[in-house]
Design a protein around this ligand. Structure first.
Ligand code: GLN
Length: 435
């Protein structure tokens, strides 16, 4: 025991808690990382300890949307923006409307395991706010730590990669850090299976075009974005056998979701059959895009620290609908895994977008000559939060499904297409590292 304690003597970084006038009233808290570093600060939210995977997000706003995004399930979310909580938290109840999803935020509760902020705002001000960040966290039994150097934590995570952690709160903050085997690894579990709907349900039943959604942990704004474009949306469990009922639908959508996509091979195998035998439009976002890639024959891998933030630039390599090759779009992202860029791409597929910062694959699409209309993007066109540069990809998808249903050629006006530009091949070839 003593040997273990000696071996695991943590490096404790003392926080700069003096900046928060009232922080001395708060319970002590420590963020321990499995790699041996500990950051001491003060607790807010629920007074309990939790384990999770420590990740950082560079988004400046939308802490409420990020925290309710099911893709953050099991994660301890470090915000690089120093002041978090200043606009409070709105009521999450949307006025009842069968066309919509019933919530204002991205799901019905907080999904991340805990949060880490430099300076939690105890005073908040916004016309929609009904409670403070701390009170909201408390209601959902989610702990937070404040008064820690989030810049130091982020630098560490960027260098060593996403790291398992423990947020120790109250008396537990004085205890020795956990032994390595005690850390809980959320990506070892099938988180999608925990969060996906158990039963199919319908939104906007009277919509003119029928879209099936496979729910890997859907953000509400994805469903809203389909419904608001007039689609009748049926949401199915992630591993539902869509092939058995596919003839009743005009399009298939695959949502975002938490954890390792390789836990969802079942869905990728079923999708492979759908793509081979069904000619209607298929679109996927983030986890959905990774599943499409796996079905197409690409490998998924774990990135060092992933991409989480609202200012990720992506270069379009192909034109499609509202997207023009050669343009850079600023996007919202939240992912740890990505599809491997391979040369050549599987037959019938091409890269659609590439990340301008790290050259990771940001989108794939079926080639025109494959006769298929299947595409996926690693980023979040629905935003919430983040820029709306690519929001018209939803209009493109619903327009494609509608054209498919009516058996008419796609009216390009429906896609609200931006003026086309010639692909900037010089830029594109620079972005794709050719082995
Ligand atoms: N937002 C998402 O869908 C994330 C997908 C996957 N869980 C990843 O981390 O890469």
């Amino acid at each position: 025991m003593i040997a273990r304690q000696l071996l695991r003597t943590p490096t404790i970084y003392r926080g700069f808690a003096t900046q928060i006038a009232s922080s001395s009233r708060l319970l002590p808290a420590v963020l321990h990382l499995k790699t041996g570093q500990s950051f001491a600060g003060r607790a807010f939210g629920a007074p309990r300890s939790i384990y999770g995977e420590t990740v950082f997000s560079t988004s400046i706003t939308s802490y409420t949307e990020s925290m309710t995004d099911p893709s953050y399930r099991g994660q301890i979310l470090v915000f690089t923006t120093p002041l978090i909580g200043n606009y409070g938290v709105p009521s999450n109840k949307a006025p009842f409307n069968s066309r919509d999803v019933g919530v204002v935020l991205e799901s019905s509760g907080i999904q991340c395991a805990g949060i880490v902020v430099a300076d939690v705002a105890e005073k908040f001000s916004h016309y929609t706010a009904v409670e403070s960040l701390s009170a909201w966290c408390n209601r959902y039994n989610i702990p937070g730590i404040t008064g820690v150097d989030t810049r130091a934590i982020t630098t560490l995570l960027r260098d060593q990669g996403t790291t398992l952690g423990k947020l120790a709160v109250g008396a537990d903050a004085a205890a020795v850090p956990p032994a390595e085997h005690e850390y809980w690894d959320p990506s070892a579990e099938n988180l999608v299976d925990q969060i996906s709907t158990k039963e199919p349900y319908v939104l906007n039943a009277t919509g003119d075009v029928k879209i099936a959604v496979l729910d890997f942990g859907a953000k509400a704004n994805i469903l809203r974005s389909l419904v608001r474009r007039g689609a009748a949306v049926t949401v199915f469990p992630w591993n539902f056998d869509f092939n058995a009922i596919r003839d009743q639908y005009d399009g298939l959508f695959l949502t975002n979701g938490p954890g390792d996509p390789q836990k969802c091979w079942d869905a990728a195998f079923k999708l492979r059959q759908t793509i081979e035998e069904w000619d209607k439009p298929i679109f996927g976002i983030c986890m959905g895009h990774q599943i499409i890639g796996m079905a197409a024959g690409l490998d998924a891998y774990r990135m060092t620290f992933g991409n989480r933030g609202h200012n990720q630039p992506v270069l379009a390599l192909a034109s499609s609908g509202s997207i023009s090759a050669g343009r850079v779009y600023v996007t919202s992202q939240n992912h740890q895994y990505a599809l491997k860029l391979q040369d050549p791409f599987p037959q019938g597929w091409e890269p659609f977008f590439i990340n301008c910062n790290d050259s990771s694959v940001e989108g794939i699409k079926s080639t025109l000559d494959s006769g298929k209309r299947v595409w996926g993007v690693q980023f979040h066109p629905e935003s919430a939060g983040g820029p709306l540069d690519t929001i018209e990809m939803f209009t493109d998808f619903v327009a494609e499904c509608r054209a498919e249903k009516l058996k008419v050629p796609l009216n390009t006006k429906d896609t609200m297409g931006a003026a086309r530009v010639e692909p900037n091949l010089r830029l594109a070839s620079k972005a794709i590292p050719v082995a």
